[in-house]
Ligand binder design. Structure first.
Ligand SMILES: [Zn+2]
Length: 344
């Protein structure tokens, strides 16, 4: 691992290990290449990035744009080094995550609500908020440096089908790209389609393990998936994921007609869970108990990790419950200082 893979129109720089905790760096080839995501300082790292550019005879100064699909550390934490290496490149991200991209270890707005739902005391969440940044600085062996962002894409997205002429687009040398706002995994997630028919999904992938734990995230996710499914088959050949899977033959890429079926199944699973949760809540259940029922195979998070953060499946349960609560289908009830969910 820790290698660059040439897929023809683009190059993927894979992290050395742990493809779950580190995203790849994608380089769209051309006269003025485009970089998507930065990875973390250790992985794939600036050394491998520079080596790949030189191996493929890409002048770093010819790189015109760096796109950050979303603010998560595994995608954006090495931005300051990548942008220092590509001095002419303009950096683009979604307006919704501008602050988080630049302040990598700041707290999420929804964190306090999540801690509350998880039954974590105010005192403990206060301590977690102090330890959390330190933990990740040690984990990724870095101190965050404020990166410069040049342009932001706004996020006004409705389910209306994707019409290319309505999307923000840019030309970079001989390649044109369109920005597709795909909130859900993060409220400022961006996917990118290029004129060669490659759809760079970032982390909006079928069955993404993580969703932003907020009341709006599920609506966002549903709209994003429906919008992706409206993309014209003539426009998309391949999808490219930001995290590869070594169990797949071609780790990062999937044919559009295969990925489309997976997206449809993913959407069905989301809609059926939204139906199922109120039904199981004839008796009050905690967020953790709901997680166990909806995601029976959800891995038990390592106890060290669970001290600092919560498991990805919990993020889904929280998003489901908050949406159902907002829609008036379930309600919360405090019994002996513990928050339970109950059908209305
Ligand atoms: Zn992510």
């Amino acid at each position: 691992m820790g290698i660059a893979v040439d897929y023809g129109d683009f190059i993927i720089i894979r992290p050395k290990q742990n493809y779950r905790m580190n995203s790849n760096i994608t380089i769209i080839k051309g006269k003025n290449p485009i970089v998507i995501d930065s990875g973390t300082p250790r992985n794939p790292g600036i050394r491998l990035f520079k080596k790949t550019l030189s191996d493929y005879h890409i002048n770093p100064l010819s790189i015109k744009y760096i796109i950050i699909t979303h603010e998560h550390q595994d995608h954006a934490l090495n931005l300051f080094k990548i942008q220092r290496a590509c001095k002419n490149a303009k950096v683009i991200c979604n307006l919704n995550v501008l602050h988080k991209v630049q302040h990598q270890f700041s707290q999420y707005k929804g964190d306090d609500e999540t801690y509350k739902l998880m039954g974590i005391s105010k005192m403990k969440s206060f301590v977690i908020n102090i330890i959390f940044p330190l933990f990740f600085m040690i984990f990724y062996q870095t101190i965050p440096i404020y990166p410069r962002i040049d342009y932001c894409i706004s996020n006004n997205i409705k389910y209306s089908g994707l019409h290319l002429e309505k999307l923000t687009s840019i030309k970079s040398g001989d390649v044109k790209i369109w920005f597709i706002p795909t909130p859900g995994h993060s409220n400022g997630h961006l996917s990118v389609l290029d004129s060669n028919g490659n759809l760079y999904l970032g982390d909006i992938v079928p069955s993404t393990p993580w969703i932003e734990p907020s009341a709006e995230a599920l609506n966002d996710m549903i709209i994003s998936i429906k919008n992706i499914l409206t993309l014209d088959d003539k426009l998309v050949k391949l999808t490219v994921r930001a995290h590869g899977d070594f169990r797949k033959k071609r780790w990062e890429i999937t044919d559009w007609n295969v990925e489309k079926v997976k997206f449809k199944l993913f959407l069905e699973k989301i809609l059926s869970s939204l139906e199922k949760i109120p039904q199981i809540l004839k008796i009050p259940l905690t967020t953790q108990e709901i997680t166990g029922i909806i995601f029976p195979r959800s891995l038990k998070y390592s106890s060290l990790m669970s001290l600092f953060t919560f498991s990805p499946s919990i993020s889904w349960s929280i998003a489901y419950c908050l949406k159902l609560e907002k829609d008036g289908k379930i309600q919360r009830k405090t019994i002996k200082n513990k928050i339970y969910w109950l059908k209305t």
